[in-house]
Design a protein around this ligand. Structure first.
Ligand code: MRU
Length: 362
């Protein structure tokens, strides 16, 4: 997508480094960081300079290249895989990318590994872009149907967290159909959940939509149910960090409550995901590891202060404790449908297998 008129991907190789957008600085500053070592790549994922399931996987793949170009030995490969896998536990794209890399790289003679790792990371990035664009096309059909039902009146779409191009390599998952609809001239408007504690909706989704000219309003996390009751939401579109083989959807904390409200109000609730976000090894969302993050994220809110500097303020009483589960699980029964790069399906094992028949014996 474009930033100040220039086309960007959220990650790219430039010379001897991997360039990323430091997402902890957005929406207040657009800063590119250069990653040059495995350790920097691991920090970028762990400290959420990059985030979003597909981008975590892509960054890990580039992190292997950074590790292997200095030392392509078996020991270094093993240590790099372990280091990267430990950065964030919930997004299954991380494991997917690392397993794919291990399968491709470990049989190679060490001297060939670095070049192969770079090629693989580039493939993972290019595939991600193509998958997300296809998700956009399949999701567009849903928005076109709603626009037709509403005789061309504005289609209001609620989204949670940031499942846009910043969370992927380009396009995004849940935002891809919205960009496609906007570009096709449909009248779409987005309700952006602010998404406490880290405010990926307020900071990242709002920034992306604004840059692309898509109309939106940021709402507090608790407003969605109320807006649905008033008939002000036509569709919920969210992303996911891990969807199990039976269609249970793990996504940013708060997604489950939106799905409950959507079901109570007859609002369709669709989840957009590329194939690498499906965990074929799990049949129950309750088995997904939920990342526990620091209570500091609940305590401090980040923003720009009146002097123009990026600052944080403490919103809790001194000594107050806090708990910070980063994700929740929406059971498949609350999901109206899944939108993948291969098309749409029901959130069931049979639905997913109809699109990914090669997983039948998986
Ligand atoms: O903690 P984050 O910001 O990495 O969480 C991101 C999300 O929850 C996204 O919705 C998910 O990764 C889907 S991204 C296309």
């Amino acid at each position: 997508m474009k930033v100040h008129g220039e086309h960007y991907r959220s990650i790219r190789q430039r010379g001897d480094a991997v360039e990323i957008i430091d997402q902890t600085r957005l929406p207040h500053a657009f800063e590119i960081k250069r990653l040059q070592t495995l350790e920097e790549a691991a920090t970028a994922i762990r400290d959420m300079w990059v985030r979003g399931a597909p981008l975590i996987g892509a960054t890990a793949a580039w992190g292997l290249w950074l590790a292997l170009r200095d030392d392509p030995s078996d020991a270094r490969l093993e240590q790099a895989l372990e280091t990267l896998l430990a950065t964030r536990p919930t997004a299954v794209n991380l494991r997917w990318a690392l397993q794919r890399a291990e399968t491709a790289l470990s049989p190679l003679p060490p001297a060939e590994r670095a070049e192969a790792a770079a090629a693989l990371a580039q493939d993972i990035c290019d595939e991600d872009v193509a998958q997300n664009e296809a998700i956009g096309e399949h999701g567009l059909v849903l928005i076109e149907d709603l626009a037709r039902e509403k005789s061309g009146q504005t289609v209001h779409i609620l989204t949670h967290c940031n499942a846009g191009w910043l969370a992927t390599v380009d396009w995004g998952t849940a935002l891809a159909p919205i960009y496609k609809a906007h570009d096709a001239g449909l009248d779409v408007h987005v309700w952006v959940d602010e998404t406490r504690p880290r405010n990926q909706g307020a900071g990242l989704t709002a920034w992306e939509l604004q840059a692309h000219g898509v109309p939106f309003d940021v709402i507090v996390d608790n407003a969605g149910g109320h807006l649905m009751q008033r008939g002000l939401v036509d569709l919920c579109l969210v992303g996911t960090d891990r969807t199990t083989a039976n269609g249970d959807v793990c996504n940013k904390i708060g997604t489950y409550l939106k799905a409950l409200a959507a079901r109570d109000n007859g609002v369709p609730f669709h989840v957009c995901l590329p194939g690498p976000t499906i965990d074929w090894q799990l049949n129950d969302g309750m088995a997904i590891p939920i990342e526990q993050r620091s209570a500091e994220e609940v305590r401090y809110v980040h923003g720009r202060n009146q002097q123009g500097a990026i600052d944080r303020v403490d919103i809790l009483p001194p000594g107050a404790t806090a708990r910070n589960d980063a994700f929740d699980v929406t059971p498949a029964r609350l999901v109206s449908g899944l939108i993948t790069e291969r098309g749409r399906c029901r959130a069931t094992r049979a639905g997913l297998l109809s699109l990914y028949p090669e997983q039948h014996d998986g």
